[in-house]
Design a protein around this ligand. Structure first.
Ligand code: UT7
Length: 351
């Protein structure tokens, strides 16, 4: 049976380091509050006019291809996961394809909108295409540029201190080695609390879900419902989050979906070399670690350096963990994610 292996990995983070002390100059917050509640010490912000979600994604993709000696011309499918695309449309998949110079081959480029779970959603999609023999070199990219769209006043502090920019990518190929590669993947979603962590404006909802009064739509039959003056004036163009609601759900769903993957593949937590969770919040990861009785060596965290880079956090963390020797050939690694939607997911991989 064909399986999917991770043949190459890459990541890219912008050069600019922004510390908690830098944020304290813009809003009423403190290094102590941020570290205590989230574990974050610093994050990276992209350079305006020079870096975008798709260019950072392309840089991570180049590293992934170089790491396994695959040329851009050999790629037969691109999957791009992000919640912070360069454009509303077209998606970042085609922009990364252009940046990588592989437009001539006219390969498909698919965009994934599953926020923090986007990378694992992409992994399952790629896995299905590889297992059926349809594609042989799939580039899965996850990239986020959040810093351009955050509210850097005290009003937005509960969200803006948490997020950072960066990109990760993997090159996926078939393998005949039965014990190797992606062993199982599990995807979930529940839209009942979709707005709890969301960026709803601009959008085409016209107030349908939450009531039209609060958005200030002009009294005209067509148009005028995408961005309104009221949205600008009343700061409705930023992400919003009920942090405690997200926290509570995350600490339930992370362990649940990790157990689901282990059970499906016939393993227990003791068999896992490393769990790489989506880097949402250090407190969430520590909570999950305690619940699953994992040792410090079995849990990977790098949110301290990068903040929450949403879809990109898992491939960045996986790449760094590999470089640091936290797992090697033959090891069992579990990926898990939870985030906006809500969506959550896991994957068990034998390297
Ligand atoms: O990928 C998924 C992404 N999201 C998450 O993972 C978020 C999950 N949630 C969390 O991590 C936590 O809920 C937060 C870190 C966001 C917030 O921590 P919390 O312990 O739940 O704090 P809180 O929202 O209950 O706020 C406590 C206080 C409030 O002040 P008052 O009302 O007690 O006076 C906030 O206004 O902290 C205040 N606060 C801040 N103070 C300093 C909120 N943000 C900040 C800030 N700096 N940045």
């Amino acid at each position: 049976m064909l399986r999917t292996k991770i043949a190459g990995m890459g990541y890219y983070v912008p050069e600019k380091v922004v510390t908690n002390f830098d944020l304290m100059k813009m809003m009423d917050t403190s290094d102590e509050w941020i570290q205590e509640r989230s574990g974050i010490i610093e994050r990276r912000y992209a350079k305006k006019h020079e870096e975008t979600t798709s260019t950072m994604g392309a840089a991570a993709a180049r590293m992934a291809m170089d790491s396994c000696g695959v040329n851009p011309e050999e790629i037969d499918f691109i999957i791009f996961a992000t919640l912070s695309p360069d454009y509303f449309f077209p998606g970042c998949g085609v922009l990364a394809q252009r940046a990588l110079g592989i437009s001539k081959k006219e390969i498909p480029a698919l965009d994934i909108r599953n926020q923090c779970s986007g990378f694992i959603y992409g992994l399952e999609v790629a896995d299905q295409f590889i297992k059926t023999g349809k594609y042989k070199n799939i580039l899965l990219i996850a990239s986020e540029l959040q810093s351009h769209g955050l509210d850097f006043t005290t009003r937005g502090r509960n969200v803006s201190v948490l997020f950072g920019d960066g990109a990760g990518a993997v090159l996926l190929q078939p393998t005949e080695d039965d014990g190797k590669g992606i062993l199982t993947t599990h995807l979930h979603s529940d839209g009942t609390e979709a707005e709890v962590l969301s960026l709803i404006n601009p959008g085409s909802h016209s107030g349908y879900h939450l009531g039209k009064e609060q958005f200030g739509y002009p009294d005209i039959e067509y148009g005028g419902a995408f961005i309104t003056d009221k949205m600008f004036n009343e700061h409705m163009l930023f992400p919003q989050m009920d942090g405690q609601a997200v926290f509570k759900k995350a600490v339930t769903k992370f362990p649940e979906v990790i157990h689901e993957a282990l059970k499906a593949a016939g393993y227990s937590t003791q068999d896992v070399k490393l769990v790489i969770p989506h880097q949402a919040n250090l407190r969430i990861s520590q909570f999950v670690q305690r619940l699953l009785r994992l040792t410090d060596d079995q849990m990977y965290n790098n949110i301290q350096k990068y903040g929450n880079t949403t879809a990109a956090s898992i491939p960045i963390a996986m790449c760094e963990a590999k470089q640091e020797g936290r797992f090697a050939e033959g090891d069992l690694v579990c990926l898990a994610a939870f985030g906006s939607g809500f969506t959550w997911a896991s994957a068990l991989i034998r390297f």
